[in-house]
Design a protein around this ligand. Structure first.
Ligand code: UDP
Length: 192
């Protein structure tokens, strides 16, 4: 996709539908993919934190997850077509995974949220293969990474909040091919 750079962050200039098709294709062809859905908070944080900014540059796709980003692009006279949120991208991928019997691994949120999440995923996405789940309050990620490596999920969703989730993904994304995406507080919402 072409990109539009707002505050030194390159955002993909595409629609949610086109992105979704591309992500599905990349999953089916087992390409390693790192997606960041960046809201204005993330952009401002990256603006003041060189290490995080550099880490964002390693993402394959950065989407505009906030009206503030669209406003910025408009001011630059390079408008972006639409907002692409982490939550919507997550639920679209889960629906597709349910239809196609694809697998996903879930890391993040509190232990009680993870327990509830398992029930809602089983109910709402019956065809989804849950490769594994782990809460986001660990001190050592060795066992989690070993589990992801062993199960080789099509998708890994990290709900650790930023910047933790992007750091986690950038550090570990090469233990398996497929899609890796930070999804902020989405597990809390999905768990209901
Ligand atoms: N979280 C976690 N481990 C941590 C800190 C946070 O798993 O060490 C989880 C937290 O339980 C919540 C999510 O990460 O589910 C953060 O959501 P928030 O809305 O604060 O993140 P944002 O969307 O702003 O990145």
């Amino acid at each position: 996709f072409p990109t539009v750079t707002v505050l030194d962050v390159p955002f993909i200039k595409t629609t949610a539908t086109q992105l979704l098709e591309t992500l599905q294709q990349r999953i089916l062809t087992q390409q390693n993919t790192f997606v960041v859905t960046a809201n204005p908070e993330i952009v401002m944080y990256a603006h003041h934190n060189a290490a995080y900014h550099q880490l964002l540059q390693t993402a394959d796709y950065i989407t505009p997850d906030g009206i503030g980003i669209l406003d910025g692009a408009k001011i630059l006279k390079q408008p972006l077509p639409e907002r692409i949120t982490g939550f919507d991208t997550l639920t679209s991928l889960l629906q597709w995974a349910s239809d196609q019997h694809r697998s996903a691994y879930f890391v993040g949120a509190k232990p009680e949220v993870i327990a509830k999440l398992k029930n809602s995923l089983t109910r709402d996405y019956p065809g989804l293969i849950i490769a594994g789940m782990h809460d986001g309050y660990f001190t050592d990620d060795t066992a989690i990474i070993a589990d992801i490596k062993r199960t080789q999920p099509d998708m890994v969703f990290a709900a650790l909040g930023f910047p933790k989730q992007e750091e986690f993904i950038a550090q570990h994304r090469h233990v398996t091919n497929g899609l890796w995406m930070g999804v902020g507080g989405s597990f809390d919402v999905l768990a209901g």
